[in-house]
Design a binder for this molecule. Structure first.
Ligand SMILES: Cc1cc2nc3c(=O)[nH]c(=O)nc-3n(C[C@H](O)[C@H](O)[C@H](O)COP(=O)(O)O)c2cc1C
Length: 176
């Protein structure tokens, strides 16, 4: 199957996850393009879609939201999976005992689940390198330590591989 992995990434963490998903899908025999959401020229040429964005302030980035809006009909008709790259740190549950990955689901997922009926949605831990921050995000440097976001690379490659392999296996069962 021809699969498009389309991503939106501000500082590169989500791009890394998209590349990795692309590699696993290729390993499984699919033909895969990994492209930025705003650089996709001919989405109609793909049989299936994996779309991912970093989450900022609980929202997917604008270019990913635009991609979904522009291609809504296509995504409704073809197998589609969504992923978000979000929470930082090593804690799996928050101070109230809630699953961090559930709490980090971007606001758009509920709407997209209703409208696109994706085959799956997933949240992965992300990464934050303070030296890369630009614009208003730089202010994070001056935040009191308690409020500051954890910095480091928390991407869980095993979880990413496992999810991508599941997507690949489901695609293999899907008639072209
Ligand atoms: C200002 C700021 C706000 C953020 N807000 C959220 C958020 O609301 N939810 C979340 O899960 N992650 C949040 N993050 C973490 C990023 O989503 C995470 O670092 C992500 O992996 C970055 O991906 P990118 O490098 O592809 O942009 C935030 C990070 C920054 C710097």
């Amino acid at each position: 199957m021809r699969v498009l992995v389309a991503y939106s990434s501000k500082y590169g963490a989500t791009r890394g996850i998209a590349d990795r998903i692309g590699d696993r899908l290729r390993d499984a025999g699919h033909e895969v393009d990994v492209e930025r959401c705003d650089a996709v020229e001919y989405p109609e040429g793909f049989d299936a879609f994996v779309i991912g964005s970093a989450a900022y302030m609980s929202n997917w980035r604008k270019e990913a939201r635009k991609f979904v809006r522009r291609n809504r009909e296509l995504l409704e008709q073809r197998p589609t999976w969504l992923f978000s790259s979000g929470p930082l740190g090593t804690a799996r549950v928050d101070k109230d005992g809630n699953d961090v990955l559930v709490g980090a689901r971007p606001k758009q997922f509920e709407e997209y689940e209703d409208e696109l009926h994706p085959r799956g949605t997933m949240v992965f831990f992300g990464a934050l390198d303070p030296d890369k921050l630009r614009g208003p995000h730089k202010m994070l440097h001056w935040m009191p330590e308690n409020d500051a976001l954890p910095t480091g690379d928390f991407r869980d490659w095993d979880a990413i591989d496992a999810w991508a392999e599941k997507v690949a296996a489901e695609l293999a069962k899907t008639p072209a």
